[in-house]
Design a protein around this ligand. Structure first.
Ligand code: ZN
Ligand code: ZN
Length: 351
């Protein structure tokens, strides 16, 4: 079967490997689509990430084979079922899991799709079948439930901040993740959302997805625009782009007692200075959120399957895996939202 192998950012190949053998409680799926995630791009581009590296985790596939014990399980899937899958599972018993820090759990970090999402076939472990596999009842929703994992990461983040109904949320960066945040702040808290980006096309999308105010931080005075909307500042700033500039912007616009959440990491080993006096006297909370949980995946899947969240218009390209580099370059150009890949064009017909 075909699988993508990244040896370096210049050397990404499709190689032929054996189809994984399915154990008693395991399932083999044939990949229909797999999304390119910002974290895949970091893994490809960063010299600090050991190569070759596993890529792809936002997958939807069709069940090809099931182990004998899967048939008996309560959460059984059967041959022919279409499923959306996610990749990490916490142990639910270590010190981190006990404190809700699921993504710090070593089991969480070790569990993954086998061999990875960008493969013609993917083996799901018994745990994956139990926690991270969601049956897609209608083919038509594939292009929406493909967003299950990124939505779950944002959903978990949103639930980790102290936000109340009708609060004001500023979302910095309006790529796919920023748009998902805007939609979640609206859906769950009916928040007033201020969207910030340097790209007017992305700000147009932000508006379409419910942003109440958009600010082009290259052209407009952020402070002035925010102050017309709220005299005290915003309750929460969601940083989907973390740089010295966006951090300063967050510190400048958050209200006393408010929250700043770091969703995307800054470049490796990048230090950003913060005025601690400002932090102390304004009683600010800075917190991060990394990755998703099976619970957040399940909840996200339900919002997506019922179109309570609808991200289909964020799909910019659906490419054959052979054109991986083309999609990567488009994503790197920052001009696209989501890029998806397929292995078999017959499986993406009429979806
Ligand atoms: Zn992802
Ligand atoms: Zn754990």
């Amino acid at each position: 079967m075909k699988t993508l192998v990244c040896y370096s950012k210049e050397n990404i190949k499709i190689e032929n490997i054996n189809v994984p053998v399915v154990g008693k409680d395991e399932v083999l799926i044939r990949t229909i689509l797999c999304g390119l995630c910002g974290s895949d791009i970091v893994k490809i581009m960063s010299p600090d990430v050991k190569k070759p590296v596993k890529l792809g985790h936002e997958a939807v596939g069709v069940v090809e084979k099931v182990g004998p014990e899967v048939k008996k399980a309560r959460n059984a899937v059967k041959k022919g079922d279409i499923v959306a899958v996610t990749h990490h599972i916490p142990c639910y018993s270590c010190i981190y899991c006990d404190h809700g820090n699921y993504s710090m759990c070593s089991h969480f970090r070790e569990t993954n799709l086998d061999p990875q999402g960008f493969s013609e076939y993917i083996k799901l472990s018994g745990e994956h079948v139990k926690y991270n596999t969601f049956v897609v009842e209608n083919k038509k929703i594939i292009k929406n439930v493909i967003f299950t994992e990124p939505t779950a990461c944002c959903l978990r983040a949103v639930k980790r901040v102290d936000i109340r109904d009708n609060d004001i949320a500023m979302v910095v960066g309006c790529g796919t993740i920023g748009i998902i945040f805007i939609s979640l702040f609206k859906l769950l808290y009916n928040a007033k959302v201020i969207a910030v980006d340097i790209d007017s096309k992305k700000l147009k999308y932000a508006k379409k997805f419910g942003a109440d105010l958009t600010i082009n931080s290259k052209k407009e005075n952020i402070r002035e625009k925010v102050s017309k909307f709220s005299s005290t500042g915003v309750d929460i700033v969601e940083l989907t782009v973390t740089t010295p500039q966006t951090t300063a912007m967050a510190m400048d616009n958050v209200r006393p007692g408010g929250h700043i959440q770091i969703f995307a990491g800054p470049a490796a080993q990048h230090e950003i200075s913060i005025n601690f006096e400002h932090l102390y006297k304004k009683e600010l909370t800075i917190l991060s959120s990394y990755s998703a949980t099976p619970e957040a995946s399940k909840e996200s899947f339900y919002y997506l399957k019922d179109y309570r969240l609808d991200f289909r218009s964020l799909i910019s390209e659906i490419l054959p895996i052979e054109q991986f580099k083309k999609g990567l370059d488009l994503a790197l150009s920052q001009k696209t939202f989501k890029v998806l890949y397929y292995f078999d064009k017959n499986l993406v017909k009429n979806i």
